[in-house]
Ligand binder design. Structure first.
Ligand code: TMP
Ligand code: ASP
Length: 254
């Protein structure tokens, strides 16, 4: 393949220049990191699974009218996306207390929250992605009030849809992280969902057993990371090429 210009390299993904202006190729690596890079490893097959899972979720979201950067999957590890200007905010939506909110506010992990809670974190590796409020975001110009409104409305729609999608395959969507970008079309700009949605960016617990089917298996040294991601892909009815699928998409779990 011809050499491609690398536009950006993150912890789990690489972005290359796309075949046409305004497009990029998003490549999913097997690398995994946690706690600001203090912990890192390579988990064979993770990138392939995340590419498929994120493709599936982005496509479902597109089908209910959520604008996304996703265009199409190119191969096992790569997808074609629209180039957007990333809003430097990580949006976390929580349904159940876990992770940093459990620690920060002293809420036992697994406690159902009174309602879905949206949090914002400023994207800065140097600062360790600190939690920030809307006030910080607008005062420092990271996003406008209108953009925050759009981001919150989209995040809640995505949450409602994904809670149902995962419940249909026996999985509780505990929390997840989203990123958004600005997409220009002629003179107009709109906010679209960007990055990925995968077990790297979500907490997914089996409804029956509370078994963790996400990156916490790596963060907490629980082992079986690939198997957990594979289980999610299998329950969604998708598997990487050549893989066996036991089930055919979401179904009602009693
Ligand atoms: P937290 O409980 O550590 O704040 O994480 C909340 C959710 O966001 C969880 O599903 C994991 C995800 N997340 C990321 O995708 N990237 C990150 O850098 C962090 C800190 C969390
Ligand atoms: N992705 C972050 C890191 O690599 C943190 C995390 O997901 O736990 O440090």
């Amino acid at each position: 393949m011809a050499r491609r210009r690398r536009v950006y390299e993150g912890k789990a993904k690489v972005l290359y220049e796309g075949p046409e202006p305004g497009t990029l190729v998003q490549h999913f690596k097997d690398d995994v990191t946690a706690f600001d890079n203090k912990k890192s490893a390579t988990i064979e097959g993770k990138g392939v699974l995340n590419n498929r899972i994120s493709e599936y979720i982005m496509t479902q979201l597109h089908n209910i009218g959520v604008p996304t950067h996703f265009m199409r999957r190119l191969n096992m590890r790569e997808q074609l996306i629209r180039e957007v200007e990333i809003v430097p905010i990580e949006v976390v939506v929580r349904n159940v207390a876990a992770g940093s909110i459990a620690k920060r506010l002293g809420i036992p992990e697994g406690t159902q929250l009174p309602r879905s809670i949206i949090e914002f974190y400023y994207k800065s590796d140097d600062l360790g992605d600190p939690i920030v409020s809307e006030e910080h975001i607008t005062a420092f110009g990271w996003a406008t009030p209108q953009e925050i409104d759009d981001i919150m409305a989209l995040s809640l729609r995505i949450n409602d849809f994904l809670v149902g999608l995962f419940l249909g395959i026996g999985i509780r969507l505990v929390d997840f992280k989203l990123e958004f970008g600005r997409l220009w079309e002629n003179e107009t700009m709109r906010i679209v969902l960007a990055d990925e949605i995968s077990p790297d960016s979500c907490r997914l617990w089996d409804v029956e057993t509370n078994e963790k089917l996400d990156k916490d298996r790596f963060r907490r040294d629980l082992g079986g990371v690939t198997e957990a991601y594979q289980e999610v892909a299998q329950r969604l009815g998708i598997m990487p090429e050549g893989g066996q699928s036991k089930r055919r998409g979401p179904m009602l779990v009693k």
